[in-house]
Design a protein. Structure first.
Length: 95
């Protein structure tokens, strides 16, 4: 298998405990273990993270941007879903 035939993996990094993983890029690799190694080498050179996820790109299902209204506008009338409806205690650092 040549490098051009390797599957694509999406890379997610969690910068600190308590934060969410965020998408940082993609890597090609022959298998998940190699994808994890490649992601570590490319995206955490300066100890930027505490956790790495690699996911085969083909395993991700995404919404179509043209479906935005149908997916997200109905939430506008539900104020309890917005963080402005809640008081955040001072001791909560990462929310």
């Amino acid at each position: 298998m040549s490098i051009e035939d390797w599957p694509l993996f999406e890379v997610f990094i969690r910068k600190r405990n308590g934060l969410s993983h965020i998408h940082v890029g993609s890597v090609h690799a022959a298998d998940p273990a190699m994808a994890l190694d490649n992601a570590r080498d490319l995206y955490t050179r300066r100890t930027e993270g505490v956790s790495i996820w690699v996911v085969p790109s083909g395993a991700i299902t995404a919404s179509d941007p043209t479906d935005k209204a149908a997916l997200f506008e109905p939430a506008e009338d539900k104020v309890y879903r917005h963080p402005s409806a809640y008081a955040v205690p001072d001791e909560v650092k990462n929310l």
